[in-house]
Design a protein around this ligand. Structure first.
Ligand code: HEC
Length: 182
C-alpha cells in the first residue's frame, strides 16, 4: 500500500527534477550561445582594427581571431540553437525552428569565411600584404559571389579584406532574419 502510494509521488518528484534540469540546460545553452556571439564580435573587432591600421597586423593574432570565429560557427553555432528559442532571455527568433536549413547554411558560410581568413593569415606571416587588401573599385555587397559561399576555390581567389566584409555581411544577414529585438 505505502509503496504504491509512494511511487506516483516519487515519480512526480523525479519528473519535476527532470523538467527543472531541462529548463536549466536551455538557459545554459542561451547563455553559452550569447557568450559565443560576444566572443565572435570581439574577434571581428580585432580583425577590423588590423584592416583599418595595417601596421597593427599580426599574422598570429589575426589567425587567432579568425579561429575564434570558425570554432564557434558551422554546426557548433547551429547546434546551440537546437533549444531555448522561446526562452525569455533569448533574442532568437522563432523562425529558427522552421527555417533551420537556412539558419544552418548561414552558420556554415560564416565558418567557411572564417577558415579562409585563417588560411590568409598563415599565407601572410609577415606584414599585411597588398594581396590581402581589397582593390579600389572591387565589387562589394557580396560582389559576384553574393553572401553565400559558392566554392572554396573561389574563396581562395579573393582578398582577405573582401572575405572579411562577406563574413560580416553573414552576421548581419542572419541577425536581420533570425534575431528579434524583444
Ligand atoms: C546563423 C545565424 C547567425 C550568425 C551567422 C551570427 N549570429 Fe549573432 N546572433 C544570432 C542570434 C539568433 C542571436 C540571438 C541569440 C539569443 O539571444 O539567444 C545572436 C546574437 C548576437 C549577439 C548578442 C549576444 C548577446 O549577448 O545577447 C552578438 C554580439 C552577435 N550575435 C554577434 C555576431 C557576430 C559578430 C557574428 C559574425 C561574426 C554573428 N553574430 C553571426 C544569429 C547569428
Amino acid at each position: 500500500m505505502i509503496v504504491s502510494k509512494m511511487v506516483p509521488l516519487f515519480s512526480l518528484v523525479a519528473l519535476a527534477a527532470v523538467l527543472a534540469s531541462i529548463a536549466f540546460a536551455a538557459q545554459d545553452l542561451v547563455a553559452l550561445r550569447q557568450a559565443d556571439m560576444q566572443a565572435m564580435a570581439t574577434a571581428a573587432k580585432t580583425m577590423a582594427g588590423m584592416f583599418r591600421d595595417a601596421g597593427s597586423y599580426s599574422s598570429m593574432e589575426f589567425e587567432k581571431a579568425a579561429a575564434a570565429i570558425s570554432a564557434r560557427s558551422g554546426t557548433v553555432l547551429a547546434g546551440h540553437f537546437a533549444h531555448g528559442l522561446d526562452d525569455p532571455g533569448s533574442k532568437a527568433s522563432s523562425e529558427v525552428g522552421p527555417e533551420r536549413e537556412r539558419f544552418g547554411a548561414l552558420a556554415n558560410d560564416l565558418r567557411d569565411y572564417a577558415r579562409a581568413l585563417e588560411a590568409a593569415a598563415v599565407e601572410n606571416p609577415g606584414a599585411m600584404t597588398e594581396s590581402m587588401r581589397m582593390k579600389p573599385g572591387e565589387a562589394m555587397g557580396g560582389g559576384p559571389f553574393g553572401t553565400h559561399v559558392q566554392s572554396k576555390a573561389q574563396l581562395a581567389s579573393i582578398p582577405a579584406e573582401h572575405i572579411f566584409h562577406l563574413m560580416m555581411q553573414t552576421c548581419t544577414t542572419c541577425h536581420a532574419r533570425f534575431r528579434t529585438s524583444r
